[in-house]
Write a protein that binds this ligand. Structure first.
Ligand code: CP3
Length: 339
């Protein structure tokens, strides 16, 4: 059991440790990043089973030479998003070699430091954004409701889009492998915007690149003399793709709250995939009774047979959640799975 964005704004100690630092400054300072990673582990000691490194999916576009800022209360912002394939910037991003090990060295240092500080209390999760989700940010320049620029790219310039997606997938493999080398014990790929694609567009623009990561990462780890680690994929919103996600080569499939747990278990069938999820993070705004009901539904659906289940929210904790409600969520999962 752990939750997405377990370190962050809802915790008063986060604001205190972050001080006046910018978000990416925190990511780039291994001491600060490890302190923030540990905060929820310390606050919820004995209740939480994994830490996730304090970082961001957008460190990859930064490593590729793009400028990304985190604007307070607005989210990520790229001053110069990719415009069209005729653009110089597209060519540069595509052709310039990305020195992942150098550019993202601070992530690996933060991971190693965090493993030391954890001293075996709980395992540490590493992560990256999925190629499709990273691509969306790189062309949209930030959050969006319409995905007009992303859709322009995939429907007008599909081949140029695919070239970039493949490059992103290779960078993801390298970034995840180096996180494992630094000490990450499970890795997760966040495809937060998978749900923007219909079934056939998902097959064209997301699935092949997720499969590429699942295939190449174990090979890369082997070439580095490292053991394989469990891999999680989280194709948020792509409920139609659950069946496909169970056959992508990932060990764990994370899902959001649009999915009914019992139905998901039926779709999985005999495949040796562990599910992760999936309570609506919004239940944490409600009452303790409501949280208990959401946990009961998850336990009833997921906690079947002996296939395992990683209890989680269906997406990240949202700002303004009462940390005591999150504690109740954790306690109820313990209570209802220990019977
Ligand atoms: O879960 C954790 O505790 C680990 C750290 C983590 C962060 N971002 C820290 C963060 C993880 C795993 C992420 C992943 C991430 N980042 C994703 C994929 C997961 C998802 O939410 O779908 C995405 C899409 C991003 C990009 C990003 N970074 C967004 C959309 C935002 C929110 C902006 C906003 O203001 O709402 C961020 C900021 C961010 N990343 C925060 C944290 C703790 C909040 C930063 C702050 O306000 O100080």
């Amino acid at each position: 059991m752990w939750v997405m964005r377990q370190a962050g704004r809802y915790l008063p100690e986060y604001h205190e440790a972050k001080g006046s630092r910018d978000f990416f400054e925190c990511c780039r300072d291994p001491e600060v990043a490890s302190t923030l990673t540990l905060q929820p582990i310390e606050r919820y000691a004995g209740l939480i089973d994994a830490a996730i490194i304090f970082s961001d999916i957008l460190v990859i576009p930064q490593a590729m030479g793009m400028v990304v800022e985190m604007v307070d209360k607005k989210g990520p912002h790229f001053p110069q998003p990719l415009d069209t394939p005729a653009d110089d910037q597209y060519r540069q991003v595509l052709e310039r070699e990305t020195h992942v090990a150098d550019e993202l060295d601070y992530v690996y240092k933060a991971i190693t430091l965090t493993r030391n500080k954890l001293a075996g209390r709980v395992p540490l999760i590493g992560f990256c954004g999925a190629p499709w989700t990273l691509f969306c940010y790189m062309v949209e320049g930030g959050g969006t409701k319409l995905f007009a620029r992303s859709k322009t790219w995939i429907y007008k310039y599909p081949e140029e889009t695919k070239k970039l997606l493949l490059k992103l997938a290779d960078i993801c493999v390298e970034h995840l492998a180096l996180q494992v080398k630094a000490g990450a014990q499970l890795v997760m790929v966040f495809d937060s915007w998978a749900g923007e694609l219909g079934p056939s567009a998902f097959r064209d623009f997301s699935e092949p690149y997720l499969a590429h990561i699942a295939e190449k990462l174990p090979q890369k780890l082997q070439s580095l003399g490292l053991d394989r680690v469990p891999m999680t994929v989280f194709p948020k919103g792509a409920w139609h793709a659950l069946d496909a996600a169970c056959s992508l080569g990932f060990d764990v499939v994370g899902m959001d709250w649009l999915q009914d747990p019992a139905e998901a278990v039926r779709i999985r069938g005999d495949r040796p995939v562990v599910f992760q999820g999936n309570a609506d993070p919004g239940v944490l705004y409600g009452t303790k009774e409501g949280i208990t009901k959401a946990v009961e539904e998850m336990v009833k659906g997921f906690w079947v047979g002996n296939k395992g289940w990683i209890a989680n929210l269906g997406h990240g904790i949202t700002p303004g959640v009462d940390p005591e409600n999150l504690k109740h969520f954790f306690q109820e999962i313990h209570r209802l799975t220990k019977q």
